[in-house]
Design a protein around this ligand. Structure first.
Ligand SMILES: NC(=O)c1ccc[n+]([C@@H]2O[C@H](COP(=O)([O-])OP(=O)(O)OC[C@H]3O[C@@H](n4cnc5c(N)ncnc54)[C@H](OP(=O)(O)O)[C@@H]3O)[C@@H](O)[C@H]2O)c1
Length: 265
């Protein structure tokens, strides 16, 4: 729809009519993203490796009046990503829903570069870069055949800067941001929008534990955020729901930093 300069076209942030697939939805940001999208009216498909956690999360969403399904899937397995995409396609066709993918599954990783071994390298790159690429490919294919879809990849401020011990995590997240813009260009003619969301240090339970373990590092990270505090998961919801909905349909290829000014410093 063309902009009409009229109050009647004030944007809506409803996600009604959308199926939002969230990987890494068993805890942390992914769980909150799934809950938030459901609250905004989406049908959500939660995925990760732990079935018990997914069941618990989906039950909570359904108890709150939302619609949720689960699919156990390891993001490092192309075969399992294909099964996840098949399941998403089945729900989208059955209920006539637009597809949105939130490629959020990830692992934290901090280790001095001289100590990184081959197993570390493969694990970080497999989960973040390979997993994100093939989730984009398999879900993007479904979107392309329908002529519309939205992908949101989880990047990080570490895609744009670094700190001691972050070399391969930075490389993986920088790869995700560039992958995002490359796929956005390739798939724009097909109606598939691809963006990334880049948080700074965000206080999930796991992040809090890692900051508690290293007060010196925690102080250094905090000092770098101009707004003077760490992010909390709720800081990301507005950007996530915006990117998942129709209001952002003319935006593609962007990495949206929700970082308290981190990248501006
Ligand atoms: N928190 C931060 O400070 C921060 C900042 C910037 C970016 N990020 C990014 O945001 C995303 C979520 O972070 P988070 O802090 O919420 O992490 P988290 O609490 O550790 O949760 C990670 C999620 O990923 C899933 N996961 C891990 N390996 C997987 C695999 N092989 N296959 C499928 N699922 C897998 C986990 O579920 P299962 O164990 O059930 O599989 C879990 O649900 C990540 O991509 C992270 O890099 C986080």
């Amino acid at each position: 729809m063309m902009p009409q300069g009229d109050i009647a076209v004030l944007p809506t942030f409803s996600l009604a009519g959308r199926l939002v697939v969230v990987t890494g939805a068993s805890q942390g940001l992914g769980l909150l993203f799934a809950q938030s999208c459901a609250r905004a009216g989406a049908h959500v498909l939660l995925s990760s490796r732990r079935e018990d956690k997914l069941r618990e999360a989906a039950a909570g969403i359904i108890a709150a009046g939302g619609r949720a399904d689960i699919r156990v899937s390891d993001i490092t397995s192309l075969a399992q990503i294909k099964e996840l995409a098949d399941h998403a396609g089945m729900i989208a066709d059955r209920d006539g829903l637009h597809l949105v993918a939130v490629n959020n599954a990830g692992i934290a990783f901090t280790k001095p570069a001289f100590e990184v071994n081959e197993e570390d390298f493969d694990r970080v790159i497999d989960v973040h870069l390979k997993g994100t690429f093939f989730a984009c490919q398999q879900l993007g294919q479904l979107m392309a055949t329908r002529g519309y879809g939205k992908i949101i990849n989880l990047s990080s401020t570490w895609s744009a800067g670094s700190d001691t011990g972050k070399s391969i995590y930075c490389a993986a997240k920088a790869g995700i941001s560039h992958l995002t813009s490359a796929l956005a260009v390739e798939w724009a003619p097909l109606g598939v929008r691809v963006c990334a969301l880049a948080p700074t240090t965000t206080l999930t339970d796991a992040t809090q534990r890692s900051l508690d373990a290293s007060p010196e590092r925690a102080a250094r990270l905090l000092a770098r955020i101009p707004l003077g505090r760490y992010s909390v998961p709720e800081d990301l919801i507005g950007a996530l729901v915006f990117l998942a909905g129709a209001t952002s349909d003319f935006i593609t290829g962007q990495t949206l930093f929700v970082d308290g000014g981190w990248t501006a410093r």
